[in-house]
Design a protein around this ligand. Structure first.
Ligand code: AR6
Length: 169
């Protein structure tokens, strides 16, 4: 059984084997948690991302998938980049959001990661309602068949923390 922990704070301050990044398909950086990870992790992460784009990810990383790079100067071994779906009121994209958590755990597990920190994917710029984002995150991690021993959800503010805490109760 994978243990689930909740932390309120900045994910770039965590010490874990793998830190998950809520990236975009370009893998070349952005705002929110993506910007924070590249800022604190330094240029080695972007160099790795550019290498992936030049190799097998010429068109970028599809939504719902995950890929690992170095964690640069972060206190982690890897950053696992995943691309959440943009929230839509006309189309149910929750399968893609669940896939982000599942695929990130698969990639991290294959690398040998035992502890993984996740942000609340898609709940910022991509507009996913926090309560539903928390539901999908917790349900998917609980159901995952993974060798990862601990998943730490790192929530930026109290509202996000409370949404996840309510789902864990
Ligand atoms: N630590 C933990 N959580 C954070 C941090 C942090 N340092 N910074 C923000 N959050 P977002 P998305 C929270 O927008 O919705 C980027 O430009 C934030 O409060 O980072 O998946 C990418 O390049 C929110 O709850 O990611 C993409 O273009 C959650 O992290 C796009 O944004 C996710 O917010 C992805 O949008």
């Amino acid at each position: 059984m994978t243990a689930i922990e909740l932390v309120q704070g900045d994910i770039t301050r965590e010490s874990v084997d793998a830190i998950v990044n809520a990236a975009n398909s370009s893998l070349l950086g952005g705002g929110g948690v993506d910007g924070a990870i590249h800022r604190r992790g330094g240029p080695a992460i972007l160099e790795d991302c550019r290498r992936l784009r030049a190799a097998h990810l010429g068109k970028g990383l599809p939504t719902g998938q995950a890929v690992a790079t170095t964690a640069g100067d972060l206190d982690a071994r890897w950053v696992v980049h995943t691309v959440g779906p943009v929230f839509s009121t006309t189309e149910d994209r929750s399968g893609l959001l669940a896939s982000c958590y599942r695929e990130s755990l698969r990639v991290a597990g294959e690398l040998g990661a035992r502890t993984v920190a996740f942000p609340a994917i898609s709940t910022g710029v991509y507009g996913w309602p926090m309560d539903d984002g928390a539901r999908i995150a917790v349900e998917t991690v609980r159901a995952a068949d993974t060798t990862v021993e601990e998943v730490r959800f790192v929530l930026f503010d109290e509202r996000a923390y409370e949404a996840f805490a309510a789902r864990l109760r």
